[in-house]
Design a binder for this molecule. Structure first.
Ligand SMILES: NC(=O)c1ccc[n+]([C@@H]2O[C@H](COP(=O)([O-])OP(=O)(O)OC[C@H]3O[C@@H](n4cnc5c(N)ncnc54)[C@H](OP(=O)(O)O)[C@@H]3O)[C@@H](O)[C@H]2O)c1
Length: 279
């Protein structure tokens, strides 16, 4: 049940560092120094999105850190309002300009749109790759039917699915669909946006092992070959969340954590944004 340091893409060369750093602050903006702190702590996968307003800070932080560009895996996303082909291309160019970078490592569709058909958007996503603006492409917040369709019609291979996943949310079916399509599963809100911290089972396991609840939750995802992208605004917690490579949860602990799933476990739930619902 050990977890690898990175998850290889099956359809083409490349790999995703298994622990990433989220950059969607819950309130206010974000300083480049937070990204510097994450890179200093060892993260090499940084997740942003056009919608977050943090691309400029992420790009500045990457340069300020002194870590070579090629050592960093940078993800950004095109928001659901911009999925028509012309808008899509403009959004990608705006991301590159804000980041002050000449390529994105992973470009994702942030949310599916109820208004624009995938037959229009998937070629636009593939085009960003064909033009060298994105090295890899994928989707976020797609349900299983949308994922099946996206994989089928995309002119270029998809490598990743990003979706909410943590111990309170059962993602068994979506994870199986991602595996079926040989996509790396990236888990957002891996700490349940803070909701996990008072959980008695997680606290008991954390205490028994001398680790933090956050480390236990992240490790649980990693041991399923899932890539968590926790956010923190605090340099000590940023480092704590990356210090997850030197212990292993037992099968019994993995099962006790999986049993914490709840019907109301979803944290990010913008109603109506996923055509057809979540499943
Ligand atoms: N694709 C999508 O639609 C989508 C949606 C949501 C999120 N995301 C991505 O996923 C990333 C992570 O999700 P998230 O930021 O919503 O939630 P999260 O990572 O589950 O939780 C972040 C919260 O946990 C706290 N925290 C972090 N580490 C902690 C620790 N060790 N101990 C105690 N508290 C801790 C943080 O507070 P402090 O800052 O005070 O530490 C923050 O309030 C986002 O930043 C974004 O990049 C993607």
């Amino acid at each position: 049940m050990n977890a690898p340091a990175s998850l290889p893409f099956s359809t083409e060369s490349g790999a995703l560092p298994i622990v990433g750093f989220g950059t969607s602050p819950l309130t206010g903006g974000m300083s480049p120094d937070i990204v510097v702190a994450a890179l200093k702590a060892g993260y090499r996968h940084i997740d942003t999105g056009r919608k977050y307003g943090t691309e400029a800070a992420v790009g500045d932080g990457m340069r300020k850190s002194g870590v070579p560009r090629q050592d960093i895996f940078l993800t950004t996303k095109v928001s659901h309002e911009h999925l028509a082909p012309g808008d899509f291309a403009r959004s990608v160019d705006a991301s590159l300009a804000a980041l002050k970078l000449d390529y994105i490592d992973l470009l994702l569709i942030h949310w599916p749109s109820p208004d624009i058909d995938l037959s229009e958007t998937m070629p636009a996503l593939a085009k960003a790759k064909q033009q060298g603006k994105a090295r890899h492409i994928g989707v976020a917040n797609f349900n299983i039917p949308l994922l099946d369709k996206a994989v089928e019609i995309c002119p270029e291979p998809l490598v990743a699915l990003q979706a909410e996943y943590h111990p309170y949310l059962d993602q068994t079916k979506l994870l199986a669909a991602a595996r079926r399509h040989q996509l790396v599963f990236i888990a957002y809100c891996p700490l349940g946006r803070g909701r996990l911290f008072d959980d008695p089972v997680l606290n008991a396991i954390a205490k028994a092992r001398g680790r933090s609840v956050a480390q236990i939750a992240l490790r649980w995802l990693m041991q399923q070959n899932v890539a968590p992208i926790p956010f923190s605004s605090n340099p000590q917690r940023i480092a704590d969340n990356f210090n997850v490579f030197d212990f292993e949860l037992s099968d019994d602990e993995m099962a006790r954590i999986a049993a914490l799933k709840r019907a109301d476990g979803r944290v990010a739930n913008p109603v109506g944004r996923v055509p057809g619902g979540w499943d």
